[in-house]
Design a protein around this ligand. Structure first.
Ligand SMILES: [Zn+2]
Ligand SMILES: [Zn+2]
Length: 337
């Protein structure tokens, strides 16, 4: 992807990278206070899954953007239903986080990608290879926008020797290919004994297509906005769902961060940067409006922008609760919903 569509001096890449390197930023936030913490422990997640009746969602990574070194991992989720696991998005950390849930790798049936940004797809290939070493079935399927087929083939080709060495050493059947189905638009994606999956196209320029997904399990429906500007189509897709996981941007904290970056001399244009973020992502108030319109039971705030630990749960919740009257969950890594 090129940055040619962006005004000169405006680099989201550099700004997002800076977010990780600015631990003092929290001190400048208006509502900075003690937070309940950005993650559950593996033990908490495993206990919740063990006691679970019916379909469960585990938030594996809840931070927005391809920023390493934070408390929150990049975006990924796993749904567990009737012993089968379904992964949505593969940001960095997905393989470790999956393992921490205690869900066996041979339970993983299908992987879904919302769009081709690194915080959603960078660990797709490593999940396949390390997962295979750990027992992933050879008939695993993957769904996502083009060119997912080519990406999968290229990755498998790049790691063929690695896989072959391992297969020879441990007498395993090598993972040579993945059943990939490319999804370009709205409509049904797949169906198996546990779940019916559908997609819609969302607005996340310049990424085309960027997808939102809805998973209708027998006992529970879970919808994911993916990365998108506020969109009525997301409310329609999520209509009546039990759970909506929506990306959430807390604008005051982002603005504070930007001002601090500008004060440090970074060549950023405030208005242009914020206009860009608003064209691509959803402010917390709009997340509340969309969830209320959809009439979902539970709204999970995730893909948090900015993913700064000092922003309290109450701070995330407050602008959303002005508009949404159902249950609001502030996403944490390894949280079971
Ligand atoms: Zn993202
Ligand atoms: Zn994105």
């Amino acid at each position: 992807m090129t940055d040619t569509s962006r005004p000169p001096g405006l680099s989201r890449r550099h700004l997002l990278a800076g977010l990780a390197a600015t631990p003092a930023l929290g001190a400048a936030l208006p509502a900075a206070a003690q937070t309940a913490g950005p993650q559950w422990t593996p033990q908490q997640a495993q206990a919740a899954l063990k006691d679970a009746k019916g379909t469960k969602l585990v938030l594996l990574g809840t931070g927005a953007g391809p920023v390493p070194g934070r408390s929150r991992q990049m975006t990924s989720h796993v749904m567990l239903s009737n012993g089968s696991a379904y992964v949505l998005d593969c940001g960095m950390g997905v393989t470790d986080q999956y393992a921490r849930t205690g869900i066996p790798f041979n339970a993983l049936k299908s992987i879904f990608i919302t769009h081709h940004h690194p915080d959603h797809n960078i660990e797709y290939g490593p999940l396949l290879i390390v997962g295979w070493v750990q027992g992933l079935a050879l008939d695993v399927s993957a769904f996502g926008p083009p060119p997912l087929k080519q990406m999968t083939d290229d990755f498998m080709r790049a790691y063929k020797q690695t896989v072959d060495f391992w297969a020879e050493d441990f007498h395993m059947k090598p993972l040579t290919a993945v059943n990939v189905q490319e999804i370009s638009g709205a409509g049904p994606v797949m169906q198996d004994d546990n779940v019916k999956v559908s997609s819609i196209v969302v607005e996340h320029p310049p990424v085309k297509p960027a997808l939102a997904y809805r998973f209708d399990f027998k006992d529970r429906s879970i919808a994911f906005s993916g990365d998108t500007a506020p969109l009525a189509a997301v409310a329609q897709m999520a209509k009546g769902a039990d759970v909506l996981v929506h990306e959430t941007m807390y604008v005051p904290a982002l603005e504070n961060y930007l001002r601090a970056a500008i004060a440090r001399g970074q060549p950023v244009k405030f208005d242009a940067f914020m206009a860009h973020m608003k064209a691509d992502h959803t402010p917390a108030e709009d997340v509340g409006r969309i969830a209320q319109e959809a009439g979902v039971k539970t709204l999970v705030l995730s893909h948090l922008t900015p993913a700064i630990d000092s922003i309290t749960d109450d701070t995330w919740r407050e602008p959303v609760a002005k508009y949404f009257k159902g249950e609001i969950v502030v996403g944490k890594d390894l949280m079971v919903v």
